[in-house]
Design a protein around this ligand. Structure first.
Ligand code: PBG
Length: 323
């Protein structure tokens, strides 16, 4: 319809009209807040590159979970900082490990809160890689055993959902098989299906103390240039039994969120990662960008691209703003 019959500005003239015709809305129930749990008591240590995010001991984490629940946020995903790291990531699948104890405490204090666990080894290995290192390389099939054992231990501790983030081949199938064999057929798997070897995980590695001590993660995480391969990874994870899939990071990969939404019918998540959060916070602290507007605009973009839910460090401020 040509101008002047059609004037797009008519529907932009007031907040009331804009709100009426808004296509994408945010709801706190669509957010999942990542939390970092560490040993000790009364610990609430701010992560320097992630203002407003903390390493928390279990007692502090439980209080945080109560607050998160009160804000109507969809859930939390837990990452653990163990007492000690070793070659075999034993803290990852220790039934009395840091995440296992944190899950049990959180679920008993706030039973209605959805608690997801990240299933990976990089926080637990002395070398910081996501699996068993053999001859300088991460051994895929040996690592599957650690992942399956971790997932089962998380489910046994009470995790509502397990989320493998390691990018080993075949891990979703291995985890599904182990969960079913141990009586956890009802525990869903959220696969970090298309996870890229991204520079934007930098602040997280400070938060989780998981920087690889040699090399990088490019032999298991995906090449940022590969969109078709991302679709293959997602298809394969669904075939192996993933109930939900994820694209990670979010903002630099909006095209893949859109494509995944169009191709696959399972629930789709996106992870607005630590570096995406840190960039906004850093610019805001310099007075170069408005933090709240950047938060709302990026979250809206990720939803508009097609994500059903978003893992985001902005979950609390976004929920407060919407509430
Ligand atoms: C564990 C894991 C990482 C993130 C989530 N799970 C780090 C990595 O792969 O190096 C990154 C999350 C973030 O940057 O916020 N493998």
């Amino acid at each position: 319809m040509p101008f002047p019959i059609h004037r797009g500005r008519r529907l932009r003239s007031s907040e009331a009209i804009r709100s009426l015709v808004r296509e994408t809305r945010l709801d706190p129930a669509q957010f999942i807040l990542p939390l970092f749990v560490c040993p000790g008591e009364g610990v609430r240590r701010e992560i320097s590159s992630m203002p407003g995010q903390f390493q928390m001991s279990i007692d502090s984490l439980v209080r945080e979970c109560e607050e998160v629940r009160g804000l109507g946020i969809g859930g939390v995903i837990l990452f653990g900082l163990p007492d000690a790291k070793d070659e075999s990531a034993s803290g990852a699948y220790d039934p009395a490990g840091i995440v296992q104890r944190a899950v049990a405490a959180a679920k008993s204090a706030v039973p209605q809160l959805l608690v997801i666990t990240d299933v990976c080894n990089c926080e637990y290995t002395s070398h910081g890689h996501c699996g068993k290192v053999v001859d300088g390389d991460v051994d895929n099939d040996a690592t599957l055993e650690w992942l399956a054992a971790s997932a089962v231990s998380h489910a046994r501790a009470g995790a509502d959902i397990v989320a493998p983030s390691d990018m080993m081949d075949g891990r979703v199938g291995a985890i599904r098989k182990a969960l079913d064999a141990e009586g956890f057929a009802k525990t869903p798997i959220l696969a970090y299906a298309a996870k890229f070897a991204s520079v934007f995980y930098g602040p997280f590695r400070e938060a989780a103390d998981s920087t690889p001590q040699f090399g990088d993660r490019k032999s298991y995480q995906m090449d940022p240039a590969n969109g078709r391969e991302a679709m293959r990874e997602i298809a394969q994870d669904i075939e192996e039994g993933a109930d939900m899939v994820m694209v990670k990071p979010a903002l630099p990969y909006l095209d893949l969120i859109r494509e995944a939404r169009e191709r696959f019918d399972v629930p789709l998540g996106a992870y607005q990662v630590s570096g995406e959060f840190a960039m906004i916070m850093a610019a805001a602290r310099n007075g170069w960008i408005d933090e709240e507007r950047a938060m709302v605009e990026t979250l809206t973009s990720i939803r508009r691209a097609g994500a059903d839910f978003i893992l985001t460090y902005f979950a609390k401020p976004a929920a407060r703003k919407l509430g």
